[in-house]
Design a protein around this ligand. Structure first.
Ligand code: ADP
Ligand code: MG
Length: 395
């Protein structure tokens, strides 16, 4: 789960990670009032969307309007908010369609002496979280990683112990930080690492991490992804979820207990088991097609869930064909067959449908399908299924 910058900063503040004062606004007048409340002379109006690159991003139809705007009066704050709210902001992370800005965060201006980068992720190879810092703050870290990987410094830490003092000193040396700023780092870096562990994050990124003119360290940006599998341990985070930022079909799928990820292609896939779903996508690509989604209906999927899955797949206008690939282990082929028949009645299939069934109650399932009046292209195995759906979809 992703959250907004202003929400991340709220959590940072509680965790002892220094941030600046800021106020959320949903109208231009609120933004102007927020500027006055912060007291100026400089503030920044920042679009709140679940994507980075806002500073360089621009609003559709208004290339002069960037997603992060420095303002020096209440009037400028009002104008900046008016240019952002309700409009679509395109950044390198949103795709060309952009994301609608529903809120702005008006934040006190910062006296920036240096912009650094700090990020924490899980390093699966080492089975520990890793803190990464770089002098190249404010830039796309992916570009730094590609062109000058030697400028990214890493320290793994034990989640039970956190980041140790000697590790902070090592990193400060590499960043060229000493004196009061190093003292600030000795608080900031371990606090961020503790935050990452305490909230079961997948990613906690501060870019830029700023050193101010008076040697303080401040998180000027906050990008946080939580591990969905651990969300049950943090019930308070539920109120931070912003459904407006999520793909509507993915919200529907998660409500129905389905694991669904929308993709760009045109072959809708309905599969049980994440592994089989991945290999189904692979084999479609291998035979020249493009999957429209990843979908794992799960081991114990019932007829209602599978019908909803068909509805979600068919609501995607890109979908020009459907591939059902079921290996009945816990799920029975008869359940899937019944769902296919039910879906054809309630949803209706206007695109070619290839079905490959195998496993528990397969004979009964196939019989149900062949006796129904649903138009189906049957496949004998996964390769056959992929070839048939690619041919029927006509890439
Ligand atoms: P994004 O990463 O989405 O572009 P950031 O929050 O990193 O958004 O902001 C982009 C840039 O705007 C920062 O690198 C920084 O230079 C500037 N900026 C952001 N917040 C402030 C602030 N409160 N005061 C001064 N400058 C800021
Ligand atoms: Mg940033």
């Amino acid at each position: 789960m992703k959250i907004h910058e202003f929400q991340g900063k709220e959590l940072f503040r509680q965790a002892g990670v220094p941030v600046l004062e800021g106020i959320v606004a949903v109208t231009p007048d609120e933004a102007a009032a927020a500027y006055d409340k912060l007291g100026g002379p400089v503030a920044v109006v920042k679009s709140q969307i679940h994507a980075g690159g806002r500073g360089k991003g621009t609003v559709i139809g208004n290339p002069e309007q960037h997603g992060v705007v420095l303002v020096k009066s209440a009037d400028e704050a009002r104008q900046a908010a008016a240019g952002l709210l309700g409009n679509k902001l395109v950044t390198i992370q949103t795709g060309p369609e952009g994301q609608t800005v529903n809120k702005v965060f008006v934040e006190a201006g910062c006296d920036i002496a240096r912009e650094l980068y700090l990020g924490i992720v899980l390093d699966r190879a080492v089975a520990k979280p890793v803190l990464m810092v770089s002098t190249e703050g404010g830039m796309e870290i992916e570009t730094v990683a590609e062109n000058t990987p030697e400028l990214i410094h890493k320290e793994h830490f034990d989640p039970a112990i956190g980041l140790e003092a000697f590790q902070v000193r090592k990193l400060c040396k590499k960043l060229g930080i000493s004196g009061a700023a190093a003292k600030a780092a000795a608080k900031f870096m371990p606090a961020m690492c503790r935050f990452y562990v305490d909230y079961d994050c997948e990613l906690a990124e501060v870019n830029p991490l700023v050193i101010t003119g008076d040697d303080q360290m401040i998180a000027l940006d906050a990008k946080i992804n939580f591990d969905n599998n651990a969300l049950y341990r943090h019930p308070k985070l539920a109120e931070y979820r912003d459904l407006a930022e999520e793909e509507p079909s993915e919200v529907r799928a998660s409500d129905a207990g389905l694991s669904y990820v929308k993709l760009e292609g045109n072959i809708g896939c309905l599969v049980n088991g994440a592994g089989l779903a991945m290999s189904t996508m692979d084999i479609i690509k291998y035979h020249g097609g493009k999957p429209a989604n990843f979908l794992d209906v799960g081991g114990g999927a019932n007829e209602e869930q599978v019908t909803e899955a068909f509805r979600i797949l068919l609501s995607d206008p890109n979908v020009k064909g459907l591939l059902v690939n079921i290996f009945g282990g816990i799920a029975r082929c008869t359940t899937i067959a019944a769902a296919v028949i039910a879906a054809s009645k309630t949803v209706g299939f206007e695109v070619p449908l290839v079905v490959r069934l195998e496993g528990t109650e397969v004979e009964e399932g196939r019989k149900m399908l062949s006796e129904s009046d649903v138009e189906i292209i049957t496949a004998t195995d996964i390769t056959d299924a992929a070839k048939k759906i690619v041919a029927a979809t006509g890439v």
